[in-house]
Structures are given as structure tokens and as C-alpha cells.
Ligand binder design. Sequence first.
Ligand SMILES: [Zn+2]
Ligand SMILES: [Zn+2]
Length: 416
Amino acid sequence: MKIRFLGGAEVVGKMGMLLQDKEANLLFEYGMTASKPPQYPLAAPPVDMAFLTHSHLDHCGMLPWLCGKYGTEVVSTPISADVVELLVKDSLKIAGLEGYPKPFDEEDIRTMMRKFITMSYGEIIDIGGFEVELHSAGHLPGATMYELRGDQTTVFTGDMHTTNMRLVWGAHPVKCDNLIMEATYAGRNHTERNKTERELVEKVKEVVERGGRAILPCFAVGRTQEVMLILKDLRYNMWVDGMGRSITRYYLDRPEFVRNERALRAAKRKFHEVRTPADRRRARREAQIIVTTGGMLDGGPVLSYIDDVKNDPRSAILLSGFQVEGSNGHLLMNEGIINVQATREELPQPVKIKCEIQKFDLSAHADHNGLLEFVEACDPDTVVLMHSDDRTPLAEDIEAGGRRVILPESDEEFEL
Ligand SMILES: [Zn+2]
Ligand SMILES: [Zn+2]
């Protein structure tokens, strides 16, 4: 079996992995990095079938290109397919606004939607001498690990989390010979989840009780819903804005992929939704808590909410997601400023933020120890690490357990 990454092995972003065997030519993920300018994996050749693990742009963002060019069929869970459609349409819109070349068009998106083969956990598809079974990967509703059974058994994890979150159950190990696993948190461990959740709730209470407003910028897919679930029992004036609102609705339409449908429905009811400009004006006047899309503060409704509180030391911006270098979120954490563009013609100007700023680790990825335990339980001979800026610390710990570890670079072919 020959493997070659088209991207996303040695970085977090723009994933794509080719797997070639006697009869099978398969592609796992085809994504993009939503940076400025956007980054793409190497061009994929035609394949027999593609497999998508979940609906984050770094895994799915270039599927319209693939399906538009070759008519490739894509295996995924139905909820991932729903969310992918929304995300790639949005990324096309953003490329237009920012003036970058568009790698695909609306027609390609329609083609992609016709090419999805939707399946659920526990189901099996035959392709090129493999039986491929879907397993839950934790991480997000619908996130999937693929187990390929042939002469040997190979598992491709995509992004994964092994402990239970509010929104989804954790992933369970799958016995295999080869484990191709994400390693985002290699070398780092999370603080205990319950403790972080309690601290977040306490901080939000403190901010509201001193007369301030808590702004929680969140990624639309997964994090918005997780934060709403954590805050749902508070009796404050709470609002949700941005694309995360639509994603919540999508999840409730497919409750079989959600850990606790009733809790998510209750959370949705507790938050007022910003649907119109009038709603947003009302939220800006009266909200005590705002959960809003624009997780890295680079655009979206979050900027108007920040503008309202930037000089108010009673208020707080509470971040919970990964802040990529060069993003406003990263700038805020490190220098206490964000860059704001007043109009499209003007250059961005730095704005000093004087309200409280704090970050909470609500990651949806397994940490170093979680990954190591997962490897032990899957008990493979060979582990391939991907989706990480620094795989070495984890590779060392896995090798110490007597297993072979491969750290591929993009465009480098290797055998399993
Ligand atoms: Zn992900
Ligand atoms: Zn990812």
C-alpha cells in the first residue's frame, strides 16, 4: 500500500492524503487553509473514491474542486455533507470579498452535493478490495474515523477527541495494523475539562455581576454549540449571532449525531438569536452574554460587539479557540490590540482593547496523553502522524513503546 500526502501532514491545515493499493486509488480529505491568501493542497489526481472525516474547512474546503473536475464520489456522514455545503459556499463568498481567485464555483458545489454517498457509524462500504467501516471520531457531530480492512487493517482518524464533550461522545479505539492519526496536540496536555468549564462559567458570572458584557467569539462548527451548552443554565440575557446559529439548527435536524439532543434544544431556547439587523441592534443594547461567530476575530459580527466594549474594563472578551498567528485573536492575546478596517477602501487600523481578555482551552482534539492512550488501545505496528506543527514529542513516546512511527512530509511517498 502506497501513501502520499498532498498536504496537511506537517502542518495543521489543507489536508489531503492519497492511498494506493493493488486495486484501489483513494483520497482522504481535500481541504484548504483559510489564511490570507488561502492555501491549498497539491492538485489531486483522479481517484476511485474520496472519504471525508468531518466538516472543517482544512478537511473539506476543496471537495467542490475535486467533484467538479472529476465527478468523484465522496463518502461522509449526512450531517458532515449538510455542513460542508454551508461552509464552502461561505468560503466562496469570502474569497470574493477578499479578492482572491476562486478555485471552484457554485456549479462545482452543486456537483459535490450530488456526489456525496452518505453513511452512518457501523456501516460498511466495499471499494477496491477493502471493506471500509465508519466509526465516530468524537471532535464534532458526524466526525468519522475510517477503518480499512484488507490484507492488513488501517485506520485513518481525521481530527479526533477521546473524552466526552457536551456536544459529542469521545472516540473509541479500533484494533489495527496501521494507525494514521492526527497529532495536533503532540507535546501538550489540556487542563481537566470540567475545571475549565467551571472557570469559564465563573468568569462569565463575574463579568455580568460587575455590570459588564461577556463576548465569546467562537467557531461556527462545534464550538458555538459547545459553549452554548456550557452556559445554558445561566439566567442572563444571552444572545447568539453568526453562522454558528445555522449549524445548531443543522445538528438538531440530525439528532442521532448529537450526544444529548434535549440539552442542545434547551441551550438553543435559552439564547436569543440574531436573525435581522434589528435583532443585532437589540443585542448590542441589552445583551449580557454574546456567543458569536468570528472565532479568530478576523471578521463577522464579532467586531461590532467588540467595538461596543473595547473601552469598558468591566466587560470581557473570552476566547476559546485556536488563534492562528497573524489573526486578530492572536494579536489580541499577545499585544492587546486588533486591526479593524473601517471601510473596504481603508487600510486596517490597530485598535487598543481595554476590556478584560482571557482564553479558555475547550479544544475538541485529544491531547498528548489522550493520543498516546488511544495508540496503546488500537495496538498498531505502525503509526503515521499527521495534522500537526510538531509531531516529534509524540513520535518519541510512541516509539518508546516499541512501535514504528512515520512522520511523512507532503508529496513524499511511503509504503505501509
Ligand atoms: Zn477539525
Ligand atoms: Zn483539522
